[in-house]
Design a protein around this ligand. Sequence first.
Ligand code: C2E
Ligand code: MG
Ligand code: MG
Ligand code: MG
Length: 293
Amino acid sequence: ASKGAGRRRWQLFSHLMADDARLEYQVYRELPNALASQALFLHYQPQIDLATGAVIGVEALVRWRHNGDGFWMPNSFIPIIERDAALSRQLGRFLLHSAATAIARWRSDHYAFGRVSINICARHLQHSAFLDDLDETLDRYPGTAAYLTLELTETQALADLDKSARVLGEVRKRGIHVSLDDFGSGYASLQHVRELPLDVIKLDLQFVQNLEHDTEAFAVGYAALTLAEIHGAKVVAEGVEEARVVSLWRRLGGEVIQGYFFAKPMGERDWLDWLARYRPAARYAEIPRWRPT
Ligand code: C2E
Ligand code: MG
Ligand code: MG
Ligand code: MG
């Protein structure tokens, strides 16, 4: 019986492997075309400042439109792209260009969107051509820097800490903000994170969603807020779905929220409609802040 179970497990495993290999092959083969033909496109999710209720930013999240079976979500294909420097760079250049043109469109239509955040792969950030790619976009679309934020995941930033810190320093010199994504999900020591030049720290959704009931999640959230104070950075809680977490975050001293509670990621038309209709609610500012004594 145990032999049969073992074989079944192996079959399942080999199916998954075959699917992975097929997907990987497809991504390599189709990404350039997908980028050119707008099969890759962005959804947008707002970030709200609790003190004022204002929209202070919007994260651009990539989707892949596929013939026949709808969208591919990024968790399926981004890990494949992230392993390869050339693919990471292709995606990154697409994101820079898409963000810059979106910023130009939205500014000319007088939308108050704050900054646009894009997710950059470490292999692009650490590519020798990264700053050239960035400057090419900034030269072509002057004024973009003040409306742009680059997000980099904690694990990726720490893969080559010295290099990341140096490049991110250059990024900030241009007036672009730097955001540390998925804080708490890796194994970063606080000391290491301290060495990165940062404007924003994003508390990973797994901690945000457990803030209420899990002491460890609470501790990680508190660490993010403490670290942010040292940096003069803001902390974004990502993945907030419930009103109770909004007030808890505010009581803890957290300032910014991104999550389904306010809005899901939306196509550009829906996002701009949402933004045009959005009215800040003052009630979050009235929640008293808790401070340790
Ligand atoms: P991330 O950058 O941490 O993005 C946040 C993810 O949390 C998004 O998933 C978003 O839709 C989801 N989310 C936001 N609010 C809530 C909520 O209240 N509840 C729940 N359950 N989820 C929420 P998405 O769009 O599937 O993206 C997943 C990840 O894929 C991103 O995590 C990022 O690491 C990667 N990714 C997405 N777009 C890009 C991109 O353009 N470039 C790169 N390099 N990575 C990307
Ligand atoms: Mg992100
Ligand atoms: Mg994140
Ligand atoms: Mg994530």
